[in-house]
Every structure is written in structure tokens, then in C-alpha cells.
Design a protein. Structure first.
Length: 134
């Protein structure tokens, strides 16, 4: 079985600047980078960035998917929409965490599917969970 990892970051509140897009390009020559996103598939090698730091600095939403069953979804919200203390009260286990950075709170949802079976060549898995840009 070959390795497969999918990383998608979305900027919803404001577009990335040319300078920011250049900074991101330094992490991957193959990624699809636009003013509102960074998307890359890995079949060998690994992501060179830090998803948490990228969420704090550039993006508002993040999706990670690996063919061995790992999943991660993150959202960055303004603190005025969700009180950090309220969010922290729900962080009872390792699957949901949150932290505050400046005027935002970053929510992180993770899961590991132990009995997950990957069907090689399932490139269309994303179509069922795609969303319309805001």
C-alpha cells in the first residue's frame, strides 16, 4: 500500500498577500496555492509546514486526511464569536483541543480510525465532502 496524505488550508476572512503566497511556496513546489488556499497531496515525503502555526498566521480552516485513518479538521474563529473559556470546557479528551492566539481561537478536531481500510486509487473521496467557497 502506498502512502497518501491530503492537506488543505482555506483563508476565508481575508486573501493571502503575494508575500504570504511566496512564503508558503517555499514549503512546496507542487502545492496549489491561491489567494484563498493551499492544497497538496503527498504520496511520498511529508508536509514541511506546521499546520497549527499556519492556522494562527494565514488560514481559517484546515483539513488533513491520511490513508492510514488519521483525520484532522481545524477552524480559526474570532474570540468575539466563541469565548476561549467556553471552548476549553469542551476539550475533555485528545480528540478536541483549542488554543487562543491573539484575537482568535483555534479549534482542532482529530480522529484515528484503527480499523480503517483504504481502497487504493480512491482519488474521488474528496468530491463527497467538497464545499462551496464562502
Amino acid at each position: 500500500m502506498s502512502e497518501y496524505q491530503y492537506y488543505e488550508f482555506q483563508a476565508l476572512d481575508r486573501p493571502l498577500t503575494q508575500e504570504q503566497m511566496s512564503e508558503l511556496r517555499a514549503y512546496s513546489s507542487r502545492a496549489r496555492i491561491t489567494p484563498s488556499s493551499f492544497v497538496n497531496d503527498y504520496n511520498w515525503g511529508d508536509f514541511k509546514g506546521n499546520p497549527v502555526r499556519w492556522m494562527e498566521q494565514y488560514f481559517d480552516a484546515f483539513l488533513y486526511f491520511a490513508n492510514w485513518g488519521s483525520r484532522r479538521f481545524m477552524l480559526r474563529l474570532p474570540k468575539k464569536l466563541l469565548d476561549p473559556k467556553t471552548a476549553a470546557s469542551y476539550c475533555a479528551d485528545q480528540n478536541f483541543s483549542c488554543h487562543q492566539k491573539d484575537d482568535h481561537i483555534v479549534l482542532s478536531f482529530e480522529s484515528e480510525l484503527e480499523d480503517y481500510e483504504w481502497n487504493e486509487g480512491r482519488a474521488g473521496w474528496r468530491r463527497s465532502c467538497r464545499y462551496a467557497p464562502i
